[in-house]
Design a protein around this ligand. Structure first.
Ligand code: ATP
Ligand code: MG
Length: 355
């Protein structure tokens, strides 16, 4: 290197450590660094953004400036942005897809899929989904939540996730909240010009969420199923391998209907039933007594009929409903309540039963 010049190789090696914030990969590896020029003390870096008007442009700029800040002889850093061509975007998504581009992201990049199902609506499926996801994330696992309740989605609100996911050449980048990757129809539904909604079929939407969403090496993908239906579970079982399932029920007896419906599903497809979560099991009265508002025994009955474990009983708690309304799952909070503790215990059982 000639004396007095900026070491552009050193600049390049520093840029290798700068990640695209959405894709979590090096901007060099992704082909986003177009050119590095050094003119005396002036460093010009040309960056190609994946999409025009990339919302994270400022973050990329700051990260680059920080990464090169201590390189000798730099007096000024200028970062020039342009946008990738369609061809370049195709190459990038090919790279993300890896060796076999026909395989879904979920199949390749998710270690464990957990379906959260119930025989009927309103039993707390979404609540159980977000809190088990939160408890697993709290333990350091990489976690995602797929809201497969296409018409009645509630995950965005319950997780406090807002915005519109970036779409790069048909690859959808999930949003993130509390460190958990999230995808839901709710992120797309109010769009007049819809990029991913290719038809009214739920199967198609769910399959697309599994195949085209960039699930980047997740330990657990929790899938909140719509109430009662088996078809979405079937779509999932057909698209990914090694699917696990948790059943959510309330304490009312009469679970045999659910058991027979779910039982048929398990027989037909390769779904591993992990167990039953009984929700709204009791209310802990101020005097310490448990009040069984919705009856008793539903969880035990379902687990016995299905011959699977009862993973736990979640009490009725105002904090659960409030946490859902505020986008703050109780299982994330440092404040321990009987419910948040029970969610964590159930998550541990789920983790032990999977891998
Ligand atoms: N253990 C609980 N204590 C207090 N509130 C709860 C509890 N479980 C769920 N809720 C509340 O009950 C309502 C219904 O729960 P949730 O949305 O999770 O049910 P769901 O089974 O997903 O419903 P749907 O069938 O409509 O998708 C929500 O307002 C939620 O906050
Ligand atoms: Mg729900």
């Amino acid at each position: 290197m000639a004396k007095g010049k900026i070491d552009t190789e050193l600049v390049m090696s520093r840029l290798r450590d700068v990640n695209d914030p959405e894709l979590n990969r090096s901007i060099v590896e992704l082909g986003m660094v177009e050119k590095i020029e050094a003119k005396r003390g002036r460093l010009i870096i040309k960056i190609k953004l994946t999409i025009s008007g990339c919302p994270l442009k400022n973050r990329i700029q700051n990260d680059i400036e920080k990464a090169v800040s201590d390189i000798p002889r730099i007096e000024e850093v200028k970062i020039e942005f342009s946008t990738m061509t369609d061809e370049e975007r195709k190459n990038l998504t090919k790279q993300l897809k890896g060796k076999d581009p026909s395989e879904s992201f979920a199949k390749k990049n998710v270690r464990n899929v957990i379906l959260v199902a119930s025989g009927k609506g309103g039993v707390g499926k979404s609540t159980v989904t977000i809190n088990l996801a939160a408890a697993a994330a709290r333990k350091g696992f990489k976690v995602g939540v797929l809201d497969a309740d296409i018409y009645g989605f509630s995950i965005p609100r319950m997780m406090g996730a807002q915005g519109k996911p970036t779409v790069i050449d048909n690859t959808i980048i999930p949003l993130e909240s509390h460190g958990i990757k999230i995808i839901s129809m709710g992120f797309f539904i109010d769009e007049t010009e819809s990029v991913i909604w290719r038809g009214p079929l739920v199967h198609k939407a769910v399959t697309q969420f599994l195949s085209d969403v960039y699930w980047d090496n997740l330990d657990y993908l929790f899938i909140d199923l719509p109430p009662g239906t088996g078809d979405v579970a079937l779509s999932v079982a057909n698209t990914v391998r090694g699917v696990n399932c948790i059943l959510v029920t309330t304490p009312q007896p009469g679970a045999y209907m659910v058991a027979s419906r779910i039982g048929q599903l398990v027989d037909k497809f390769d779904i591993k039933m992990l167990g039953v979560v009984e929700n709204m099991s009791y209310f802990l009265a101020p005097d310490g007594n448990k009040e069984y508002i919705f009856g008793i025994g539903g969880g035990t009955e379902l687990s016995e009929r299905m011959n699977i474990p009862l993973l736990g009983r979640i009490p009725l708690e105002t904090a659960i409903r409030e946490g859902g309304a505020l986008g703050q799952p109780v299982a994330l909070s440092d404040n321990c309540t009987p419910a948040s503790e029970e969610f964590r215990k159930i998550a541990e059982k789920v983790i032990a039963a999977t891998g």
